[in-house]
Design a binder for this molecule. Sequence first.
Ligand code: PEP
Length: 249
Amino acid sequence: MKQSVKLVAGNWKMNGLGASLGEAEALAKALQEQAAACRVALCPPATLTERMARVLEGSAVELGGQDCHAEASGAFTGSVSAGMLVDAGAALVILGHSERRAGFGETDADVAAKVEAALAAGLEPIICIGETLEQREAGQAVEIVSRQVAGSLPDGLSGKAFAVAYEPVWAIGTGLTPTLEQIEEVHAAVRAAMVAKLGEGGRVAPILYGGSVKPSNAAEILAVAEVGGALVGGASLKAEDFLGIIRAA
Ligand code: PEP
C-alpha cells in the first residue's frame, strides 16, 4: 500500500551534549525553516525533549521519545513513563529498537506492553523490528520480522496511530543497506504480518525503513513499495544530511 505522506523520524540516540547540543539546536532550527512534504519527527534523549519542544515551538516538526516504561508510574528507578514524555512535549515514541532489544534484553512481549502504555498516554509508537546478520545469512529475515510483528504489536492496535520500522540490525550505523529488492520483500512480509495480526486495520500504518539511510540513498529507498518513511540514526544529527533525506521524501 502506498502511503501518501511519509514519516521521517530522527533518532538522536544518546547524543546531544556540548558541541553536539549546539548542532542539534541548529538542526532543529533549520528544520523549522524547511517546508517538508513529509511528516518530520525528532527523537532526542529524554532530557532534551522539553528543550527541543521550546526550540521547535510553532513548527510542524514533531518530537518523540526513544523508549518508555510499560508502567505509568512507580518504583522504576531510572525509567521514564509515556506520560512523562507527553508532559515534556513528545507525540511519538520509538519502541523495541534493536539497541534496546540487544542491550537491555527487551522481548517482543516487553515491547507490546510498552506499546500499550504509549497508546494509553496518547503517544504514537514507532515499533522497531529487524533481523540480525546471522539471521539474514541463514535466510530467516522474513520469518524473524513476521514473528516480531506478531509478538510486538498488541491486540487492539487496529485503528490507532502507530508505525512499524523495519531496521535490519546489521544495517544500523554500519553504512550497509539491504538491496531495494530485499527491502521490498521484507516490507511486503511485514505488511502481511500486520494484516494477519490486526485484520484490515493492519493495512493503514506506515512501515518505515531504517538502517544507514542518507541523502544519497533516501530517494530510492523511499520509492520502494510499502516504504512509508524512514527512521534515521546517524544522519539525523547533521542538518545537511537530515534535510537531504527530508527533501527526498
Ligand atoms: C537507528 O538507530 O535507528 C538507525 C537507523 O541508525 P543509522 O541511521 O545510523 O543506521
